[in-house]
Design a protein around this ligand. Structure first.
Ligand code: FAD
Length: 455
């Protein structure tokens, strides 16, 4: 029904696998350095335990494994200065509150590069409450010191195998994919359904297209088994040729996120007999290698985040990290610059201007945004704390990327995106997750080839 020909677009990105892999080789060391060595980017504050699953009673879906647990920072001294409640408290008040819509509207009239959050006193953009801005693709994590928040060191809670599986996990993934059924009247989403969600309707058109596409991809996978050198096809948008771009992009973001989570759990897998953590080739073969479209979606997400970071990069020069120490602020800024410079130096990896333009596109935007918000709400239904932590962080990261791409148009209207700290941390950490997944996939691919040749 959409006017855009699938052949003309993105594939759905403008970049090939090898271009993205080359970029990742250049970006990964500096990105890892940023998220692993700065206080600002290695910590996150979120509502991990205090929100109930808004869609169903999830009491039976809880994961009791030790690996599912999250170690929170409960001692004020363990929390980096910039993230302490007392420090956040100082930033509150009328001058330092997250600018509301009126301020943001004023921002729209200001010229480019005016400085992120100049209207908010010392420019520390702190989210004040749980309210959504109209342009948010996520339900924001509450950063205010008055409400309950949980501090975590992302380094001390790595994303890896937890053993969370079974009906609970399946129910969440099913509900997430159900958000992709855009035909609102006949196929309600979880928001429409409220508490008692029904099983997904097998007749849903989007799923039929996906199943058919999966069939075509399986044929491709067979070819690859016979000839392991068969390259991954970059123009992978073709498998959803019945769908329009916007719906396809929605699906790909989710599937790519799912693929990245699967990659991490396979790469950091726990052998429950020996207690050792190691890459599990069988896990990779079953969940990813046999489903090249999942890998393609993960690469697509890398292209999407690359584009978002390239777009926001110049504005971050003026961002105040508010680490309580000028030197530390400068070091953090330099490390962010090391990433953004590399990302900006390559040709655009995605043409977001094609989205929400033609055919039914414009009418889909609000629906797209609301559905993505629902995906972020569904993270409160994840019954494993560590999976919920990384699920929340990554949906916030994708939500931020979508907001940068689709809510700020620096050609038509010079705007300054006002990003909260949680959004920035989520964006760069999600990018780092994807880079890590791509690295793991190339390693797994080599392991698979070796195993096949009997080496
Ligand atoms: P699942 O991964 O549960 O997949 C369910 C179905 O979805 C599959 O049968 C397949 O039909 C389809 N599917 C699978 N992958 C894709 C894809 N990429 N694109 C499209 N369709 C797909 N477990 C951990 O060990 N560590 C974690 O950090 C972790 N984080 C999680 C975060 C979230 C938000 C959720 C919901 C679950 C998480 N889990 C985690 C659980 C993990 O994702 C799996 O659900 C679990 O390992 C069971 O896997 P499964 O083989 O049943 O298939």
């Amino acid at each position: 029904a959409c006017a855009i020909s699938p052949q003309a677009i993105v594939g759905d990105a403008c970049a090939s696998y090898s271009t993205l892999e080359q970029l990742n080789s250049a970006v990964k060391p500096v990105l890892d350095d940023l998220v692993q060595t700065t206080d600002f980017f290695s910590h996150y504050r979120l509502n991990l335990f205090h929100k109930k699953c808004p869609f169903w009673n999830d009491e039976n879906g809880m994961c009791g494994n030790v690996a599912c647990a999250v170690e929170t920072l409960d001692n004020e001294e363990d929390i980096p200065l910039a993230w302490r409640a007392s420090e956040l408290g100082k930033l509150e008040g009328p001058r330092a509150r997250h600018p509301g819509k009126s301020v943001q509207r004023q921002e729209l009239q200001r010229p480019l590069r005016g400085g992120l959050g100049e209207h908010v006193g010392e420019s520390c953009v702190v989210e004040y409450d749980d309210e959504c801005d109209d342009r948010d693709y996520c339900v924001p994590e509450d950063e205010s010191s008055t409400s309950k928040g949980d501090y975590v060191s992302l380094l001390r809670n790595p994303e890896r195998f937890t053993g969370y599986a079974g009906d609970g996990a399946k129910q969440v993934w099913d509900a997430i994919y159900r958000e992709n059924c855009f035909q609102r009247s006949s196929f309600p989403n979880s928001a429409d359904l409220g508490q008692g969600m029904t099983p997904r309707n097998p007749a849903a058109m989007d799923f039929r297209a996906i199943i058919e596409a999966a069939g075509r991809q399986q044929a491709l996978a067979k070819q690859r088994e016979q000839n392991p050198n068969t390259p991954f096809v970059a123009k992978t948008g073709l498998e959803f040729e019945d769908d329009c771009l916007e719906k396809r992009v929605f699906y790909r973001v989710i599937s790519g996120m799912h693929a990245s989570i699967s990659t991490h759990l396979c790469w950091n897998f726990l052998n429950q007999t020996t207690g050792q953590w190691h890459p599990n080739l069988g896990c990779y073969m079953g969940r990813l290698h046999k489903h090249p479209e999942r890998i393609s979606n993960l690469y697509f997400n890398y292209a999407l985040l690359t584009r978002a970071i390239a777009k926001i990069g110049p504005y971050l020069e003026d961002y105040s990290y508010c680490l309580g120490d000028r030197n530390q602020d400068e070091v953090t800024r330099a490390k962010v610059r090391a990433v953004t410079e590399k990302v900006i130096s390559v040709p655009p990896t995605l043409d977001e201007s094609l989205m929400f333009k033609n055919g039914e596109g414009p009418s889909l935007k609000e629906d797209f945004r609301n559905r993505f918000r629902n995906v972020s709400r569904l993270m409160d239904c994840v019954g494993c704390d560590k999976c919920r932590l990384w699920g929340k962080l990554q949906t916030a990261g994708y939500g931020t990327a979508l907001k940068i791409l689709f809510e700020f148009d620096n050609n038509e209207q010079p705007e300054i995106p006002v990003l909260k700290r949680t959004e920035l941390v989520a964006l760069f950490n999600t990018y780092a997750r994807l880079g890590n997944s791509m690295y793991a996939i190339t390693q797994f691919r080599e392991m698979a080839q070796k195993a096949q040749s009997g080496a």
